[in-house]
Design a binder for this molecule. Structure first.
Ligand code: OXT
Ligand code: ADP
Ligand code: MG
Length: 578
């Protein structure tokens, strides 16, 4: 056979061979694993990837800033137990997304940040490529795992590793680096399809040792004043029925951490949310379920916990969490679903409920605090104070318990947490472990997309500013999100003055700002509310219509306190000038 004929035949064979490429393999790998929503911001080198993913049936939600897209992905992970996917461009886009990836890891939410990156050869020689950065190295210390894929044939394995790392054990954020060249790499379609991996049992059950379960129950049996603390790990676990059964069978009062509110209803007779100080101080045995003894629980020691000796039982999937702050006398390591069902089984049918005098003490304190707060919630003052405005929102959530509440700010956060009762699991989403501002719009968007439920975002005016541009995204996707901005003209208060010059004080904003106009600019509904009655009407109308709405709720600028309920964390200067 002549060389010319041979070359012609090879060309024909190539033409007949079906091909795929990095773009398509990545899309197929995501779909194969049920990852059908991407939150991100387009640009070089991932613009076409977003277009092709959308054309292939993946929902692509395009944001105005990567941090908000990343926050959306992180809370999607919390709500669904599947890793939320965020897609960014290289260097600056990647860095914008990285804050959210670190936030996801800190909060134990499964998320994958996929970033396009520049050419390895140029980046490694530091020759100044377009958006040059060694992204993998930078991501590594800030997430649970980080991987780079260099060959199209490895895309399936790369994504499988990312999924497993994100959701198995303690969930967290994973970085997946995809250099620009990878997307265009071509390979045989059949071999490509074979290279994909459908991850089986991504978060395997982790069964606790029977001896650990027995030890925990022995400690619990001896308790005179037991307490169960439910954290957002318990909400994440989706073991709602068993957790409720454990509380009710044991008759032990429970204290929900902020994002665990609603796991059992806040109005449950055993809820100690409104008796927080009492139960922390006086309990003798504390069982932590998916909650860490970090700053939010005063590290398990000090004034908050009183002087009476305490024993801690801790249920957590992460063995290293045990003894992190104080001694854990009964560690139960495993996934919460398996641990709680093992505890229930081992309790048997004749478990005697928690001592009645303790339960009575807790409920009396709770009723006292609830009664103290009640009249404050009914005022119709104008300008509004926090309690008057929140009283209205509390009733709205009571009437619409399946709505999702997103909440950030300082006073706006701390007071809303106490005032607004929650009735269903995973309905309260907030600033989490870092107390970070900026989660608001990303969370609201993902909550609407992932659950299809109406979302009420209660935002401090400062908090809102961190992600406020995403109101355009909310309007663009026509999401059922109602944002209420508690507008007190600033951070904590709008009353600070600069005593030496004409610049505004660092904590204040333009007085009387009209955030509602922002929403109108994008075709949404904007309302300016000056009384609780006006606020109530506007929120109900928004929730009924499902139209994107922003309500500028005018709050008395003097009503807030420095840093809300955590002013004690501010260092004091001995030399501060008056
Ligand atoms: O038992 P006692 O008697 O003690 O009473 C307790 C409960 O029993 C009772 N209670 C009830 N009573 C009656 N009825 C009911 N239903 C009820 N429920 C409870 O109420 C009390 C209090 O209960 P609580 O809240 O459970 O208990 P407590 O003691 O507060 O709990 C302690 C904590 C630590 C668990 C809790 O306080 C908590 O979870 N705190 C979280 C705080 C947090 O994370 N804050 C956000 C950070 S603040 C600051 O950092 C801000 N920044 C800086 C910044 C940040 N964060 N991020 C970034 C990226 N950059 C900068 C900024 C810029 S906040 C902020 C903006 C603020 O301004 P905004 O305009 O947005 O907001 P405004 O302040 O509104 O102006
Ligand atoms: P909170 O802020 O509500 O107190 P944290 O974020 O501090 O909650 O704690 C959540 C804990 O839950 C983490 O220690 C994490 O390891 C754990 N966790 C998360 N998911 C599970 C699960 N499925 N099973 C067991 N523990 C879990
Ligand atoms: Mg404010």
């Amino acid at each position: 056979m002549s060389a010319a004929v041979q070359s012609l035949e090879t060309k024909t064979a190539d033409a007949e061979q079906e091909l795929t490429d990095g773009f398509n393999l990545m899309i197929d790998a995501l779909k194969l694993n049920g990852l059908t929503t991407i939150y991100g911001v387009p640009g070089i080198p991932i613009t076409d990837f977003g277009r092709m993913a959308q054309a292939a049936g993946i929902r692509v939600i395009s944001f105005r800033h990567e941090q908000n897209a990343g926050n959306a992905a992180s809370i999607a992970g919390f709500l669904t137990k599947k890793p939320g996917v965020c897609l960014t461009v290289s260097a600056p886009g990647f860095l914008n997304g990285l804050t959210a990836l670190a936030h996801a890891t800190t909060n134990c939410f499964p998320m994958i940040l996929i970033s396009g990156s520049s050419e390895r050869e140029i980046v490694d020689l530091q020759q100044g490529d377009y958006e040059e950065m060694d992204q993998l190295a930078i991501a590594k210390p800030l997430c649970k795992a980080a991987f780079r894929v260099l060959h199209a044939a490895d895309i399936g394995i790369g994504l499988a590793r990312a999924i497993r790392a994100a959701v198995s054990g303690r969930p967290g954020g994973v970085y997946l680096d995809l250099p620009a060249k990878l997307f265009g790499q071509v390979m045989n379609a059949e071999a490509g399809a074979k290279s994909l991996v459908k991850v089986i049992d991504a978060a395997p059950a982790q069964i606790p040792a029977p001896s650990a379960v027995k030890r925990a129950l022995d400690v619990l049996k001896g308790a005179k004043r037991p307490l169960i603390i439910l954290g957002k790990g318990a909400a994440y676990a989706q073991a709602d029925d068993d957790i409720r059964a454990l509380v009710e069978k044991s008759g032990i009062p429970f204290l929900p951490m902020s994002m665990a509110k609603g796991l059992l209803p806040d109005l449950h007779p055993l809820c100690a949310g409104a008796a927080r100080s009492t139960v922390l101080k006086d309990a003798d045995v504390v069982m932590l379920i998916g909650a860490r003894l970090n700053w939010l629980l005063s590290h398990g020691k000090g004034k908050t916990w009183g002087t009476a000796p305490k024993k801690f039982i801790q249920i957590d999937i992460e063995p290293k969490e045990m003894d992190s702050n104080v001694e854990i006398v009964a560690p139960v390591v495993g996934d919460i679903g398996s641990c709680v069902s093992a505890l229930l089984a081992a309790m048997g049918s004749n478990w005697s409920a928690a001592p009645a005098d303790w339960v009575k003490t807790v409920s009396s304190k709770r009723e006292e605090n609830v009664a103290k707060m009640a009249p404050r919630l009914m005022n119709n003052n104008s300008p509004m104070d926090y309690h008057g405005a929140l009283g209205v929102l509390r009733t709205i959530i009571k009437e619409r318990p399946d709505a999702i509440l997103v909440n950030e700010g300082a006073n706006t956060l701390d007071l809303a947490r106490g005032v607004i009762d929650m009735y269903q699991p995973r309905k309260r989403l907030d600033v989490g472990t870092w107390g970070v501002m900026g989660i608001g719009m990303g969370y609201a968007i993902a909550a609407a997309i992932e659950t299809g439920k109406p979302v009420l975002a209660v935002e401090g005016d400062s908090a809102f500013g961190f992600s406020g541009m995403e109101v355009e995204t909310i309007c663009r996707y026509k999401l059922p999100v109602c944002i209420v901005i508690f507008n007190n003209d600033g951070i904590y208060r709008g009353t600070d003055l600069n005593s030496v010059g004409s610049d505004p004080a660092p904590t204040v904003f333009v007085k009387g700002s009209r955030y509602d106009k922002m929403m109108e600019a994008f075709g949404g509904v904007g309302v300016h509310a000056t009384t609780p009655d006006e606020l109530k009407r506007a929120v109900n109308a928004a929730m009924d219509s499902g139209k994107p709405t922003l309500i500028n709720a005018a709050i008395d600028p003097a009503a807030g306190s420095e840093s809300g309920r955590i002013g004690n964390l501010n260092p004091q200067s001995a030399l501060k000038k008056k």
